[in-house]
Design a protein around this ligand. Structure first.
Ligand SMILES: [Zn+2]
Length: 216
């Protein structure tokens, strides 16, 4: 997913930068330490088999090759929800996210009838945005259907997805607005166009706000 990039390049640039190298390396080392603390024994959150983040979701795990173990929000702040459209069916999304050769997977897949599958825990980093920083700070939600078929975006799917996003925003204190709930197309450097021009953002955010008011 082209996501190995930025930090490695950044560090190399600093090391090659001559006079600033020592200071730069120290700063980077501190950042690395801050990010690595969760690897120390006893600091990882307890994981319970079958535990889900979204009530009512069906758990079906993505391939271990398509996400990275983390301890969010303690090691990385979660402040974005990234909306995707599969360009295929719900079954296709589940199949490719379970394929270790695919190299990508989202945390959730929403079906046209509003059913939600969770494939990666929210504390882990899913490879869905094609951008390492965005993957580390976001939760990815895939939606069954095609970007050029507005009829694929059913009322049940919008509502099911909105309940999911409302829960995510509540869990991490993410504002419900278009700066924080974004499309894959808006991720820096992406060549993806999803969710496309037919995704009704006004309707979606209205539904997320309505769902936010209801007790879970
Ligand atoms: Zn996408």
């Amino acid at each position: 997913m082209g996501s190995k990039g930025k930090k490695a390049v950044g560090r190399r640039a600093v090391l090659l930068g001559g006079g600033a190298a020592v200071v730069g390396t120290a700063v980077l080392a501190r950042e690395e330490l801050a990010r690595a603390w969760w690897r120390l024994p006893g600091t990882q959150k307890k994981r319970v088999e079958g535990e889900l983040d979204h009530a009512g979701a069906e758990w079906t795990s993505a391939s271990r090759a398509n996400w990275r173990r983390a301890d969010r929000p303690d090691d990385y702040t979660i402040d974005r929800v990234v909306i995707h459209v599969v360009q295929g069916s719900y079954a296709t999304a589940l199949r490719v996210f379970k394929n270790p050769g695919h190299g990508a997977a989202a945390h959730y897949v929403v079906r046209k009838d509003g059913h939600v599958a969770q494939m990666i825990r929210e504390l882990d980093v899913g490879f869905h945005a094609g951008n390492r920083d965005m993957n580390e700070r976001s939760i990815g939600i895939e939606h069954e259907g095609f970007v050029d078929r507005p009829e694929d975006f059913t009322a049940a799917m919008y509502e099911g997805s909105a309940r999911l996003t409302a829960g995510i925003c509540a869990r991490y204190g993410i504002p419900v607005d278009r700066e924080h709930v974004i499309g894959h197309v808006e991720v820096e450097g992406t060549d993806h166009t999803d969710p496309g021009p037919h995704w009704d953002w006004d309707r979606y955010l209205r539904l997320v706000r309505e769902a936010s008011k209801k007790p879970v």
